[in-house]
Design a binder for this molecule. Sequence first.
Ligand code: GTP
Ligand code: MG
Length: 200
Amino acid sequence: MKIKSAEFVISNQDVAKCPNNNIPEYAFIGRSNVGKSSLINMLTDRKSLAKTSGRPGKTQLINHFIINKNWYLVDLPGYGYARVSKSSKKTFQKFITAYFNKRKQLVSAFVLVDIRHEPQPIDLNFMSWLGEHMIPFSIVFTKADKLKPKAIENHIEDYKNTLLETWEEMPNYFITSASKSIGKDELLNYIGSINAELKE
Ligand code: GTP
Ligand code: MG
């Protein structure tokens, strides 16, 4: 799929105030600093469509971007960021949970995990939660530029083994790098094929 246009639409904390139409959307979620906002910029070929930062906790709202005027990419705050106060952590959790529970337009989530890290309970628990709520998702391994191909292969194998302890099958997954544009076509074509199916 080619990206012809990508525009910011709205930011908010309240799922009820998200765009009220039937445009399909895809949400990026994962730990703070994993590269959600960077991946959105890479996919859309826009340097600063979504705000990024070296410091975790940059994205604090639900951000809608409209792509090719017919689907949304949604940038969400990260979970598991230790340095925000307990009360704002609760607020985050509340509206992220509300977003996933209530947003009917959500077609699929992408759970981002840093390819360098061992499987983390917080990510595995979040994937289980999505599964229990029957919310479709794919895993997106980020920062693949940081590892050599052999290490990537080994890491994916380890991750698969861990997931297969609780899942019957390995969820759909992508290997990406925002800085090297790895995985761009695979991800965009995947979204494009779902959008095409939805139109049938
Ligand atoms: P929050 O909004 O805080 O939840 O973070 P985020 O998940 O949106 O992460 P963000 O895109 O802001 O990126 C965090 C840091 O990781 C930034 O310093 C990015 O430059 C860096 N980063 C993101 N993607 C990649 C990548 O593919 N490769 C490398 N090497 N660095 C990356
Ligand atoms: Mg962000």
